[in-house]
Design a protein around this ligand. Structure first.
Ligand SMILES: N[C@H](CCC[C@H](N)C(=O)O)C(=O)O
Length: 286
């Protein structure tokens, strides 16, 4: 039985080093199953942090509906670096501005330069129910209880359409990211797990950031985490409402505008285009 994605093109890109695949499923009615996303991730050279699947728009005015998959096949409601990669991919169709719908809301992108894009990530969700957290809390300072060995005692919680736990630390590069990140991602406080950020304030407009992503692990950059970190830092009075976020893969510039929208500006890079094969999906349970 031929697979519907046999010989289907797929783009490999990155947003500040965040490894992104863009799979354009517009004009088809195929919805990628989690096991199919995992099968693609296992294919040589196709490992990704997130896979952005584009579908026909559901509402007038939208350019596409977007589904966002982590490498473990789980879905996310937001992916800032991935949205910039989608914007770059669709700019080849002559579109300099995009409206992309996701399950968590709508994001708008615009081109700033050949390989620089800005994404309006929408408003941060700051109520504990919207993160979500398992118990009522002031999201500016949530006690990590039960404590995780070696983890700071409290964090800031923000959703950008996906859950983020932001810890402010003295030395972000000294944090044991894998052990702490894995423990906190699956902490009982997070019914839907969480992306975990360790942020070091360098000045009132400069932050060093390391991220352990839900469903993917340590990545070179995470756009929605950069947004969540800036919002958390500004709420705590540690920074202004705009700052440079320094990540291993590159810098992202985040602004939390007076109208409550969070804007992220950063680079994109096109790596290669290839085609999927039916063989790649053999063994992915139907
Ligand atoms: N790397 C993405 C975030 C992916 C979030 C995903 N790990 C989740 O489950 O929420 C970004 O640039 O925003």
């Amino acid at each position: 039985m031929p697979h519907p994605l046999d010989n289907h093109p797929i783009l490999r890109m990155n947003g500040a080093g965040n490894e992104i695949l863009v799979l354009d499923l517009r004009g088809t009615d195929h919805v990628l199953a989690p096991e199919e996303a995992r099968a693609i991730a296992a294919a040589p050279g196709l490992r990704f942090d997130q896979l952005m699947a584009l579908h026909d728009p559901r509402e007038a005015g939208d350019d596409a509906f977007m589904r966002i998959y982590n490498i473990d096949g789980s879905l996310s409601g937001a992916c800032g670096n991935g949205a910039r990669c989608v914007a770059y991919a669709l700019a080849r169709e002559g579109r300099e501005r995009l409206s992309l719908a996701t399950d968590a809301g709508r994001i708008e992108t615009r081109r700033e330069a050949e390989t620089v894009f800005t994404v309006d990530m929408g408003r941060p969700r700051l109520d504990w129910r919207d993160i979500p957290l398992a118990r009522e809390a002031d999201t500016r300072a949530v006690a990590l209880e039960p404590a995780a060995p070696g983890a700071p005692a409290q964090f800031s919680a923000v959703s950008m359409g996906n859950p983020h736990a932001v810890f402010f630390v003295d030395d972000a590069q000294a944090v044991p990211l894998a052990s702490l990140g894995r423990a906190i991602e699956c902490h009982p406080l997070f019914p839907e797990r969480a992306n975990v950020s360790f942020a070091q304030i360098l000045s009132r407009d400069d932050i060093l950031l390391r991220v352990w992503e839900r469903g993917t692990g340590a990545t070179k950059a995470c756009g929605s985490a950069a947004c969540a970190t800036l919002v958390s830092a500004a709420r705590a009075g540690l920074t202004e409402r705009r700052a440079r976020l320094r990540l291993p893969g590159g810098d992202l510039f985040i602004e939390w505008r007076a109208d409550d929208h969070v804007l992220m500006t950063g680079p994109v890079e096109f790596e290669f285009e290839t085609r999927l094969t039916a063989k790649l999906f053999e063994g992915a349970a139907a």
